[in-house]
Design a protein around this ligand. Sequence first.
Ligand SMILES: [Zn+2]
Length: 371
Amino acid sequence: MTNLQLEVLEQRFRLRPDVELIDGADGAPMLFDALSGRYVRLGRQAAQIVRNLDGTVSGADIADRISEHSGVARSTIDPQLARLFSELSASGIFEGHEAKSTTAKDRVAKAVGRTPTWTRPLLKDGLTRLVEPVSEVLRATPSLVRLLAATALMGLALPFSINAVRGYTLPITALPWLLGMALMFTQTVFHELGHAVSCRVHGVKPRELGLALWYGVVPIAYVDRTDAYRVRSRGARAAISIIGPVQDVIWSGIWALLAMNTTGLAHEATLAATVLALTMTVVNLNPLLPTDGQQALEAALGELNMRGRAMAYLAHVVLRAELPTYLMHLTRRRKTVYVVYGAACLAYVVFVMGGMAWWLGSLALRMTGAL
Ligand SMILES: [Zn+2]
């Protein structure tokens, strides 16, 4: 580290007034930037340091204090502290220091951990008002009763949908499947509202409801539940995610029940919807994609953004880019977990994208051949 990089320790930083230090998920300290709406997770030591920054102490003062308490030499402390201050300063959370763009390698490494999604918000403040009546009733219900009710409803629905799919001949024309997809769209809106309700039940505000294209191609409805980072309980955070697949199972039962009691096109469309609802449930439990199931599992294990971190760690190692401080002090076991899980996630994305490209390519070939 050069003297120029160590100079950051001479500055006296202070958090911007709209940046708040909170105890978030699992009690992990986080900075919340009200301007960008983003959360920055901090290590316990980093949080302790940030707490001391009131604009009068410099990084060097803090290095002195740490050195006094721990007996570790300033020459060891300074480079690490300088890295931390540079990163925090670059994230734009300090007064008078704008967010800085990073190197191309860092940007690539960061982008790998994210899911590229095109989004269009439809409902913002109105969303909370819309889901409040249902949320209020559920808030007044004990969580054990909610859990038992959800399990019972799934237990009722699943035999119906599985029997319907196995017992009837599936439609072979396009129209029932198109209608089934339209029914699925209605279902996804309720699915997403379920996430919003669950957010309200656990005391956070869903930010918005909108439409999105996952990886630029797969159309989905979404609810922005970023603020679930504020929910400290693992169980509650898992519930906010898993309510989606739970609802999908219940919906599959509803479609199956309709398929059993209708004939003609209505029967075929609801049967198609049953198949699609079951498929969606399974896909939405995939632990290698940022699905509801993956997020519920992460929450239950007390992890935060594990998939993103694992992929970012792997990308930094492969690109030989400098590790950000939050990825620097990992145990050996954690490094292995990140490399294995990150590689599996990346491989899966490549596999799906490759499959989709192959399918689109062969479709294009067939269509041009038919012309
Ligand atoms: Zn969902």
